[in-house]
Design a protein around this ligand. Structure first.
Ligand SMILES: [Zn+2]
Length: 322
């Protein structure tokens, strides 16, 4: 049922049709109404069809199947190392199978020779939409739990509740919910359909990508796009078109991807976040890839997909002979 997203097996797909990693529905019903129902959770946990995987430090175990697909390594609950306070209920599928993640200090021993630990950058490109969705949910909860052990209201220690989706303060009773920080990421084009790409201060020479930044308190997303582009590159933008979103739980971002239309062309980089920014025509960019002046962006990031959609054909992978 699930669509495989193995990027390496689908380089010929038209860029507009290529899926953006972690964006598609996972097919899992998060079933939030069960999170406070301890009796239901206990029954679900002990059900023989229930599937459990371990998340540790943002990593899970993945395994390559004989048909070339890659799967999240999951076990029945009775084979899982139980840690009650770090059990996250992730939801159920259309067949009624329940999914849990266990947060542990380390991943279990490898299940067989081919199972291997992987973070989201690798696994997100290889796993099915279902497995990638389960993994990103678990990693996001793990990161949030790790950073919210103390009550932001009174400073006392908090404990896990609601099957991993709440932290409760036993001193003052405050309930703390996982947070998601919206970030905007935008491909800006001008009236000649050139793309504005920038190089962050800490990036290596030749690495250019879309501009991006966090939405500030009390700010609309549209205003955030315009502010970030002006702050980082000195370019003003008008029309903003939403393309897609991508959860990126490091620690808790949601990347909101846009195309934005520039209304000015003079570049004036801030020098703090962005070291250099340039307008590229498609021909400019192709030539820069070929000469090695610009490193091809590649990977799971929504930035590379936005650039690719504008570019109109698959971007070369690092190391490709163009
Ligand atoms: Zn408190």
């Amino acid at each position: 049922m699930s669509t495989l997203k193995n990027a390496s097996s689908s380089p010929e797909q038209a860029p507009a049709d290529r899926p953006i990693s972690l964006t598609a529905p996972s097919g899992i019903d998060r079933a939030a109404h069960h999170r406070l129902d301890e009796a239901w959770l206990a029954a679900a946990w002990s059900h023989p069809t229930t599937r459990v995987f371990v998340v540790s430090g943002g990593q899970v175990l993945i395994d390559d199947g004989p048909d070339g697909t890659t799967e999240l390594v999951m076990t029945p609950a009775f084979e899982a190392p139980v840690t009650e306070t770090h059990r996250y209920f992730l939801g159920t599928d259309a067949d009624g199978v329940s999914y849990f993640a266990l947060q542990k200090d380390s991943l279990p021993g490898r299940m067989d020779q081919s199972a291997r630990p992987a973070g989201l950058r690798e696994a997100g490109l290889l796993l099915s939409d279902r497995d990638a969705g389960l993994m990103v949910h678990a990693v996001a909860l793990e990161n949030w739990q790790r950073l919210h052990r103390f009550c932001s209201r009174c400073g006392e220690r908090t404990v896990v509740a609601a099957a991993g989706h709440v932290r409760r303060c036993q001193a003052c009773g405050a309930e703390h919910y996982p947070r998601t920080d919206p970030a905007v990421i935008m491909l800006v084009t001008d009236d000649q359909d050139r793309a504005l790409l920038g190089r962050q201060v800490h990036w290596p020479e030749g690495r250019f990508s879309t501009l991006a930044g966090f939405v500030e308190p009390g700010e609309s997303i549209e205003a955030s796009v315009a502010r970030e582009v002006f702050e980082e590159a000195g370019v003003t933008v008008g029309e903003v078109q939403y393309i897609a979103s991508q959860p990126w739980p490091f620690p808790s971002s949601l990347m909101l991807g846009f195309f934005a239309q520039a209304t000015s062309s003079e570049i004036n980089v801030d020098g703090e976040e962005i070291h250099e920014a340039r307008w590229f025509s498609r021909e400019d960019l192709a030539a820069a890839f070929e000469s090695g002046e610009v490193l091809p962006p590649y990977g799971i990031s929504i930035a590379s997909r936005l650039i690719e959609r504008w570019y109109g054909k698959p971007l070369p992978k690092p190391g490709d002979v163009i």
